[in-house]
Design a protein around this ligand. Structure first.
Ligand SMILES: Cc1cc2nc3c(=O)[nH]c(=O)nc-3n(C[C@H](O)[C@H](O)[C@H](O)COP(=O)(O)OP(=O)(O)OC[C@H]3O[C@@H](n4cnc5c(N)ncnc54)[C@H](O)[C@@H]3O)c2cc1C
Length: 397
């Protein structure tokens, strides 16, 4: 910890790292730094024990599990009843065209291809792990802006009575990037919404997930506890009418839309919809500042990649911070190294997700055949399938 730069009215210290946002990504970064000698402060707008996105479920890859294991978070999460449901098989298909692909955990010699994890339970496990460390976690602090100078980053709380915090590097994981100045984000609105709900079927899911591409957009069923989490891509108007339907009618529409691959829906709960956009920063770093997780890229949920890319952002940023002498933290060379290291994985995650939506999420008949062929080939050509699966599980480096 150093003395503050002269003439700056702050809380009196130059912190090594200030993390804005103790969501899953910011908390992961802080935990990965916790055993070091660094002075790390984490700020979050939510109060202690609060979760603002408690209704969300996250699709976690096997690689993400390995990160949480190394941070000593996974065991607590897995021991919480219903908090982490293994996905052992994924059935990928398209309507109106041939082609089908099955991914199976045993083909990869893994216990599961991934997990559906409760955001609330994950947040609770991360919060608990953070309180066991010497990292300073400050709840109830909403940050209004983060800016950088060549000498330090300044993190300014919304509360006018609170002093700005100075840091060698500020890592922004606020979920939107709204707090950070000087990092341009691009936005693509898919003109669709995701209708999400919990649905039950007559028989147990057995760890089988479904991803089906239809002319109207992809639809997914993810095993979660005793039910499925539904993510159904529709237009905004269609979402409004589906949300207004009685449960039985909604389930009938779902069965009709999902086709012969799945059916026997018996119950639905917690229907809601949110708009689908792709938002990303081409260069997710500025002067002494870096954006990560959803603040750096917000992806369409079609491939369940968003959270996993974010977790890898946090892990790799921590590795680089730990490998950088304290006096060089947040300098151009350190941030350039981080950007170089994350480029392939981020670009692949963004391009893959966007490509899936564009190639599979439209009704051009001439595309049905090649995309069916792609799915069939991936299923048959083992090395390609293995490469595809491993990229989904671990990302590209
Ligand atoms: C509507 C929606 C639905 C989603 N559904 C799914 C899904 O079904 N499956 C899936 O895998 N992924 C889903 N995602 C993506 C998933 O939520 C993200 O990948 C994940 O939450 C990213 O984690 P994060 O830590 O980057 O951001 P967040 O989870 O958003 O966490 C950000 C944290 O920063 C804090 N914060 C925000 N602003 C400030 C501020 N100004 N000052 C201080 N603190 C601040 C917040 O309190 C929060 O704790 C969804 C995303 C959205 C937007």
């Amino acid at each position: 910890m150093s003395k503050r730069p002269a003439g700056v009215d702050t809380d009196g210290l130059l912190h090594d790292v200030v993390v804005v946002g103790a969501g899953p990504v910011g908390s992961t970064l802080a935990l990965a730094l916790a055993d070091s000698e660094l002075d790390v402060v984490v700020l979050d707008a939510r109060g202690p024990g609060e979760t603002r996105r408690g209704d969300r479920s996250l699709a976690l890859s096997h690689g993400a599990r390995l990160i949480l294991e190394r941070l000593d978070v996974w065991n607590e999460l897995a021991a919480t009843p219903g908090a982490a449901t293994p996905i052992t098989r994924i059935d990928i298909s398209q309507s109106g065209g041939f082609g089908q692909m099955q991914l199976a955990a045993d083909e990869q010699a893994l216990p599961a291809l991934g997990y559906v994890v409760s955001y609330r339970a994950l947040q609770a496990a991360l919060d608990a792990a953070l309180t066991r460390t010497r990292v300073a976690l400050r709840h109830g602090v909403t940050v209004s802006s983060v800016g950088g100078t060549p000498a330090y980053a300044a993190v300014v709380p919304e509360d006018a009575d609170a002093q700005p915090l100075l840091a060698r590097v500020a890592a922004v994981a606020d979920g939107t990037g709204a707090a950070i100045a000087g990092i341009a984000r691009q936005r693509h609105d898919y003109g669709q919404v995701a209708l999400v709900a919990r649905v039950w079927r007559a028989m147990p899911h057995g760890g089988l997930a479904y991803e089906r591409f239809t002319p109207a957009g992809p639809i997914a069923l993810l095993p979660e506890g005793d039910h499925y989490g539904l993510v159904w891509t529709v237009t905004s108007d269609r979402a409004q009418s589906l949300l207004a339907l009685a449960d039985a009618e909604f389930l009938a529409q779902l069965a009709h839309h999902f086709g012969p691959r799945n059916g026997n829906f018996t119950r639905v709960a917690d229907r809601r919809a949110f708009p689908l956009v792709l938002e990303f920063a081409r260069v997710p770093a500025g002067t002494r500042t870096v954006a990560l997780g959803n603040a750096a890229q917000t992806l369409h949920p079609v491939a369940g990649q968003g959270f996993n890319v974010g977790l890898r952002d946090a892990w790799e940023l921590a590795e680089i911070i730990l490998d950088t002498p304290r006096e060089n933290l947040g300098d151009r060379a350190m941030l350039a190294r981080y950007l170089r290291g994350r480029c392939a994985d981020r670009t692949a995650g963004i391009a893959f997700t966007h490509g899936l939506v564009n190639v599979f999420g439209n009704d051009l008949p001439f595309l049905r055949w090649p995309r069916g062929l792609a799915l069939t080939l991936l299923d048959t050509v083992l090395p390609a399938k293995r490469a595809f699966t491993r990229a989904m599980l671990f990302g590209l480096r």
